[in-house]
Design a protein around this ligand. Structure first.
Ligand code: AMP
Ligand code: MG
Length: 419
């Protein structure tokens, strides 16, 4: 049966925009409460608020003397020491007020008493009995973080839709949240296709290839907050392929690899067309990964309560599969996981040696970033093309090549995408 689908090949930017538009419309997943530590890496389903000011009191950031800055405008200045305030000092032990030419010895993390407006570091002082000589002036506010300067009571510390990292978990802990509400992880079906592909437990025949894509995808899916569901390998045969695609559509997202190029046995688009899938694009002007397909299936079917399942047909070459997941599937998966949309983040590094390419495609080429600090340099990893997963395993980033130039001299700063 001929493919009835009209090809829609977009520029990288348009394809990415298409994905982002769909990602912004995805329905929010279900919510579950979990222990704080189990929430690491999960997506926050409701904002975490500050239950009190951060810091809760004006906090000294140094060991030294709480003073009135005006009293030490001219130094040396000698002040009366009213007492010592350590971190966690109870209120009744803290001097009620620091008056003119008075000071209190104070430790890092301790509350600054009323009247004092700065802390002089202990290094610039000499205490003898109840008197201290201050040897250096301080500006008002110096070495004090005012109460609420980091966050006001009731303000949002971590927004809904944020993937909880170390700092976010620390904030939740500081707000006393031993349990937090997070979104359920979406289930992502992985369907690899191809008559030549065999399971990694099988003994491959001389022309057979072990299935590596399901494994790279499973890793990428987990990293992006999803739960991979590996389906059996689909042969290049429409009926069996269709059964497995229908199975995959029961998940929250379906990722297929292989079978989306122009070959006679590339049947994925044909089967999806039979299933009345809607295609948003059937190619993007990129390398690797040009034949990437994005669409939705099952929307509008009255019997189903799901609003349709997004799918990607990722090209089967292993590097194409990895790159197109990162560029296109990841935003949809993150949205299904409840995450707020993030733009692609590029960093820039200096090219070690010249790159020449044919213009017309935006390229994401495996590369190695090495060196430190200002001496960092990036260069392409020699590779045999988008099937060369060995080269990609040696790479630690991709150099992003714009589509409108053919030469990039050594020393130029180029965009890189980490991997
Ligand atoms: P296709 O996109 O189906 O034309 O496949 C392109 C290339 O990727 C072929 O050389 C396939 O053998 C290879 N390939 C497809 N699927 C996989 C897979 N799951 N694991 C490893 N290589 C694959
Ligand atoms: Mg194939």
């Amino acid at each position: 049966m001929p493919v009835t689908q009209v090809p829609v090949v977009l520029s990288f930017e348009d394809a990415r925009r298409t994905v982002e538009q769909h990602a912004s419309r995805v329905r929010q997943p279900k919510v579950e409460p979990v222990d704080l530590l189990s929430a690491a890496g999960r997506v926050l389903a409701e904002p975490i608020q500050a239950d009190r000011n951060l810091p809760p009191f004006p906090r000294s950031t140094r060991d030294g003397y709480a003073v009135r800055a005006a009293d030490v405008a001219r130094v040396p200045a000698t002040l009366d020491v009213l007492g010592e305030i350590k971190a966690g000092e109870s209120l009744e032990n803290i001097p009620k007020h620091i008056g003119s030419v008075q000071a209190a010895s104070i430790m890092t993390g301790a509350p600054v008493p009323y009247g004092a407006d700065a802390v002089v570091m202990v290094e610039y002082s000499a205490q003898q009995g109840n008197r201290v000589e201050i040897q250096r002036s301080v500006a008002p506010g110096e070495n004090i973080v005012p109460s609420g300067a980091e966050a006001k009571q009731g303000s949002v510390l971590v927004e809904r839709g944020v993937r909880l990292n170390d700092a976010a978990i620390a904030l939740a802990a500081s707000a006393g949240q031993s349990r937090v509400r997070v979104y359920n992880r979406p289930q992502v079906a992985v369907l690899t296709t191809g008559d030549e592909i065999v399971s990694i437990d099988a003994n491959p025949g001389p022309t057979q290839i072990r299935n590596s894509n399901s494994y790279s995808l499973a890793v990428q899916i987990r990293k992006a907050g999803g739960e991979p569901v590996l389906l059996p390998i689909a042969p290049d045969e429409p009926r069996k392929l269709r059964t497995l695609i229908e199975e995959g559509m029961k998940s929250d997202l379906l990722l297929m690899t292989g079978g989306v190029s122009m070959g006679r046995y590339d049947l994925v688009e044909q089967v999806l067309t039979e299933l009345h899938a809607e295609f948003f694009f059937t190619g993007a002007k990129i390398q690797p990964g040009r034949p990437v397909v994005f669409g939705k299936c099952g929307a509008g079917a009255p019997a189903r309560e799901k609003p349709g399942t997004y799918f990607f047909g990722l090209p089967g070459n292993p590097v194409s599969t990895m790159v197109t997941f990162e560029l296109f599937a990841r935003p949809i998966l993150e949205a299904l996981a409840g995450m707020s949309l993030r733009k692609l983040q590029f960093t820039y590094a200096k090219l070690k040696s010249e790159i020449r390419v044919k213009p017309g495609l935006r390229r994401f080429l495996p590369a190695m970033l090495s060196g430190e600090f200002e001496a960092s340099l990036v260069e392409l990893v020699p590779w045999q093309g988008s099937g060369d997963v060995a080269a990609t395993a040696r790479a630690n980033c991709y150099i992003v090549i714009p589509s409108d130039r053919d030469r990039f001299p050594a020393g130029e700063f180029v965009a890189i995408l980490s991997r």
